[in-house]
Design a binder for this molecule. Structure first.
Ligand code: XMP
Length: 512
């Protein structure tokens, strides 16, 4: 196995992700924990030193354990990792004017190095730099194999000892061929690349068992991919020590509650409480049309309801959450930040402290596509894993203006027809998210020989990679025409269909 010593870079998890892509098993451990004893027990086949925010020129800044250099294993130092490596092995690092380099840079090769094999497609390669300090003198035994305008020692190595050091970040997207570097490194270290998501599952199960022991865990199951995969994984690890609560706020899509509860309870044998609280939610939402007020009411009730059910579960000590790695990064980088609240997102963030529960977050290291792969591995149906995201406040934010049972009923039917159309035309997987919003206006129409005065609706479909930005989906006019006809014919209460062609920004994906 490979050990990543984490010096606190924002992108350390990306290194792990690249290694998983190469089917190599690795673990990340913070530098404070990596003592000589730890290193001897772990017995890594190779070690990567991550980047980090500190400066090696500062007294008391983090270092790799000294025994690392005598273990005879390949070591790759990245950014801060490179600098501490140089300092510890007898080189020099300076900080101050003219040493910084942030953003795109180009590395030019010098001589041949196994780490760079197949890397240079042209005479230079784009990389991503992010450093304030730089190496001014390399350690004895090292040679230079790549330079950039501000980093004369962009790539250095002591080939005899298999020590490699790069100033840039090969793990990030903006170093387009960075994966090649990791591929070469793990090949040099002799990894066979046979580690899979199946193996990850075993490892995650063992980790959950160790964390949780005999304690009971509760989980808010939403039916979304993240909470579903987390629940399935926990169930495999601790079986009946897990109880899921599915809060039904009456704002779900057609047949959604039955499908989710049916699948987890009957098909997968999980303990699931179906908390049907639609009366409560719809009652409190009566007459409310302001979007933020709706969101706040739903958020507050959700927590109350979840707490009520959870209190009835004997001995619950842990709350499971399907937090993913991008959520971890986002909350670290942005909590308390200067950004404006566009929408109050629905989450259960404050719950664990309030209820005195400890957290178990088995997906914390994974990215969305890896969570999907793990879900398939755990036997969740592919159709379920590939479902479009559905927001916590549900149909409430797709029903601008006052929410009524009548409007929800119409919305559910129209949405089902629309999604059916998308599936029939084989477009579902090309679209990030698609839904209908029912508009708070009635318009006049003519059907048969009669006048109608019914609701108008808007179809929404967007492409996106992360939900942060989005573009509207370019349906054909035939598709749009056919869908409008079907909705008007099949859904009583709608006599006009429009297509929303706003991108994000300036629009948002949801209507509220
Ligand atoms: P917007 O509308 O902000 O949505 O462009 C971006 C993505 O987030 C989803 N969304 C939510 N998800 N709780 C959630 O779990 C929420 O309160 C919430 N609001 C929006 C939205 O469906 C889209 O995928």
């Amino acid at each position: 196995r490979l050990l990543i010593i984490d010096f606190g870079s924002q992108v350390t998890q990306l290194i792990a992700r690249r290694l998983r892509e190469l089917n190599v098993y690795c673990e990340i451990h913070p530098y404070q924990n990596v003592t000589d004893g730890f290193l001897a027990d772990f017995a890594p086949r190779a070690v990567i030193l991550s980047g980090g925010p500190d400066s090696v020129t500062r007294e008391g800044s983090p270092r790799a354990p000294e025994t690392l250099w005598d273990m005879g294993v390949p070591v790759l130092g990245i950014c801060y990792g490179q600098q501490t490596m140089m300092t510890q092995l007898g080189g020099k690092v300076v900080s101050g004017e003219g040493t910084a380099e942030f953003g795109r840079a180009y590395v030019t090769p010098k001589g041949k190095l196994s780490l760079l094999e197949g890397w240079f497609a042209t005479d230079r390669e784009q990389v991503w730099m992010s450093h304030g300090d730089h190496v001014s003198e390399i350690a004895p035994g090292f040679e230079v194999y790549g330079t950039s305008p501000n980093a004369p020692f962009a790539v250095t190595a002591d080939v005899a000892r298999n020590f490699y050091a790069v100033q840039f970040h090969p793990e990030v997207h903006h170093t387009p061929n960075g994966l090649k570097l990791y591929e070469n490194f793990v090949r040099i270290a002799g990894f066979s690349g046979d580690w899979t998501m199946g193996a990850y599952r075993e490892q995650a199960i063992a980790a959950i068992k160790e964390q949780v022991g005999d304690a009971h865990v509760i989980c808010a199951l939403s039916g979304g991919v993240d909470s579903s995969v987390a629940a399935a994984l926990l169930h495999e690890a601790i079986g009946d020590q897990l109880t899921c609560v599915f809060v039904d706020h009456g704002l779900l899509r057609l047949n959604e509650a039955e499908e989710v509860v049916g699948m987890f309870r009957d098909h997968m044998n999980l303990k699931v409480i179906h908390a049907d609280e639609s009366e409560l939610f719809l009652g409190e939402l009566e007459g409310v049309s302001d979007p933020e007020t709706k969101r706040k009411i739903i958020g507050r009730l959700f927590i109350d309801v979840f707490q009520k059910y959870a209190n009835g579960i004997e001995g619950a000590e842990y709350l499971a959450q399907g937090t993913l790695y991008p959520d971890v990064i986002e909350s670290v980088s942005f909590s308390g930040g200067p950004s404006v609240t566009i929408k109050s997102h629905h989450n259960v963030g404050g719950l664990p402290e309030k209820m005195g529960l400890k957290l178990v977050e088995p997906l914390r290291e994974l990215f969305k596509d890896e969570v999907r792969a793990l879900g398939v591995e755990l036997g969740l149906p592919k159709s379920f894993i590939g479902r479009h995201p559905f927001p916590g406040p549900g149909l409430a934010i797709r029903c601008p203006g006052e929410i009524t049972r009548e409007k929800l009923e119409i919305l559910r039917k129209a949405d089902a027809v629309y999604i059916d159309q998308i599936r029939r035309h084989g477009l579902y997987d090309d679209i990030w998210q698609a839904f209908v919003a029912i508009l708070p206006v009635r318009t006049v129409g003519v059907m048969g020989d009669g006048r109608t005065y019914d609701y108008a609706c808007a179809l929404r479909a967007v492409t996106s990679v992360d939900g942060m930005t989005a573009d509207y989906y370019p349906f054909t006019h035939e598709f749009l025409g056919e869908t409008a006809t079907r909705i008007i014919n099949e859904v009583q209460g709608i006599n006009r269909v429009t297509y929303d062609i706003t991108s994000k920004p300036p629009g948002t994906i949801e209507w509220e």
